[in-house]
Design a protein. Structure first.
Length: 296
């Protein structure tokens, strides 16, 4: 793999500030926001128990405080040498499951180099390498980069970025197994980040809640069904529940993939760190659910 790609920060200026210092302050404030963890992240060089986290990916002003709970957990667990970030492909372009090629992702907080060694271990007939699966304007993975740069305290790290356009259970299971096997063969500390927002309800999303229910109350009831499956490490149940109940969460595949992979890596505990909807930030007739979890 000699091809080196550069992926621009394409939602800078919309999902988060394009100015480095303004962005740093935005992220800093997420940790002490009323929906945040209430403390700033400090790297802990002793703990090494964390297997992965689940984070939202809306604009920082909406879901950043929820995401901060997971990033605090990462900082408290001695950070990592490399991160596998899995996000949904909202546009459905490119391949079913695809890695970004060797190169780097640019960010106002500093660039992140792709982990070529890890990409080699993960890629093959099932997971290919295709930059077109990570289109400009795709936010699910991009909004995680500034948070990692912020909590790293300038510690060097790399990443392997996986975009999922297909999220059925067969795809989830195979992808999770490949990720777990790759991590087992690597002596470094590698953490998995699954990026997903929860229910999207209301007219802007082409969805109307059942009669006599607000978009917010319906989203919360739908998300409760999904959260119950996540807490039980039930990847198949999560996918089935999303399908059977028409739950409008965008990254159930990345979350289910994380559950498969971390369970194979010995994880036995999942903790819901924070759940809110966008209505907790700003009241509206529509809403999106946001949740953060840590997996140990």
């Amino acid at each position: 793999m000699n091809l080196k790609k550069i992926r621009k920060a394409t939602v800078a200026g919309s999902f988060y500030s394009s100015d480095k210092e303004k962005l740093r302050n935005e992220i800093k404030n997420c940790f002490i926001n009323k929906h945040g963890p209430g403390v700033y992240p400090i790297l802990n060089n002793k703990k090494r128990q964390l297997k992965g986290v689940i984070v939202p990916h809306a604009g920082i002003s909406y879901s950043g405080a929820v995401a901060a709970h997971s990033y605090l957990a990462i900082a408290e667990d001695d950070f990592a040498d490399s991160f596998i970030i899995i996000g949904p492909n909202h546009r459905g372009v490119g391949s079913n499951v695809s890695l970004y090629p060797p190169g780097k992702w640019e960010s106002p907080m500093g660039d992140v180099m792709m982990d070529e060694e890890l990409i080699d271990k993960l890629s093959g007939n099932f997971i290919d390498v295709n930059e077109n699966s990570h289109p400009y304007g795709e936010n699910s993975i991009e909004v995680q980069i500034p948070f990692l740069k912020y909590i790293s305290e300038n510690r060097k790290f790399t990443a392997a970025l996986i975009s999922m356009a297909t999220q059925d259970f067969e795809t989830v299971k195979k992808t999770g197994e490949i990720i777990a096997d790759a991590i087992k063969k690597d002596s470094r500390k590698i953490l998995i980040i699954a990026s997903s927002d929860f229910s999207h309800e209301g007219f802007p999303y082409g969805r109307l809640p059942p009669k006599n229910l607000s978009a917010d109350s319906y989203a919360r009831s739908q998300d409760k069904l999904a959260i119950e499956k996540i807490k039980k490490f039930d990847a198949n149940g999560l996918v089935s529940t999303v399908y059977n109940n028409n739950i409008s969460m965008c990254g159930y595949g990345p979350i289910a993939t994380l559950l498969i992979a971390t369970k194979k890596l010995g994880a036995s505990k999942i903790e819901l760190l924070k759940y809110i909807t966008s209505n907790d930030v700003e009241s509206s007739s529509y809403c999106v659910g946001y949740g953060s979890f840590k997996i140990l």
